[in-house]
Design a protein around this ligand. Sequence first.
Ligand code: ZN
Length: 335
Amino acid sequence: MTAFSGDLFDGRTSRAHPVHARVDAETLHIEGDGIALAIPLARIALAPPAGAARGVIHLPDHQELHSGDHAALATLADRLSGRTPERWARRLEGRPIYAVAALIVSAGILFAGLRWGVPAAAALAARTLPAGLESRIGTESLALMEKISLRPSGLPAAHQQALTAQLAARCGRQDCPPYRLLFRNSALFGANAMALPGGTIVVTDALVNLAQHDEEVLAVLAHELGHVRHRHSLRLALQGIGAGAILVAVTGDIGSVTDLAAGLPSLLLQTGYSRDMEREADAYALGWLHAACIPPRRFADILGRLDRSPSDTGLLDSHPGSRERIRPFIDAKDC
Ligand SMILES: [Zn+2]
């Protein structure tokens, strides 16, 4: 049985009546000078004490019982909350360690959602998205990139045509995804190659100039064809939108989605592909080079040179772990 003392306010005057209270199985008994109340627990509500303040028990007919006996009120709160589904919530709120644990679990779920849930959803969406929509995202991305930093290529037309013809000839003899090859000059992107949604591959003059053999350019293009084959840039773009949607759900900030949609091209270029995507593109490139009878070493050679190139933004920035990645290309046998 819980017993405590307090002040009863009768709801009609502001006068405090000192009383003694006790709680048995189903009833709150209040006794004092000329006062004898027996109120079913089902008819009372407890506002738990905040800090050092007194707790308030709301009684029928606007009566209130105020008490500073925190221990007794906590026991009463447990008794009352046992009747309601809020019991666990109250317990969680009442104990900082549980609140911290709940916060960590929530953060973990959010992290897992962003780390695995969004890419999985994006991969699924990429497979079901109509091809028309995919190429529109690619077209808009390219338009924005052209505006930001892509300029017409300064490479000799004959060299551009030769590389285009070599790629087409190789793809004529093996299975390539549909693609479109563009040569562009860009101070911002440095020596780089990018595969956009819909199959457009942009290769920069700096990359072609860095190559010491056309087969090195073809090796990089084979890697980009791997990104095209697996629709990586579309998946990346969708991931950006997916993460934004989750952030909106969490923060209620609708602005972040529009920001992300507008920033799609920079997301494609700056965030870069995941290691899993790079591995997929590399595996495709290795098979492609073998089928095309191009020594896989060519890919390792140009990647190694990129590693030492002073350009700010390079293929390697979005292609991490190059040393571990080029090993299979060095070890692979020629055709
Ligand atoms: Zn890549």
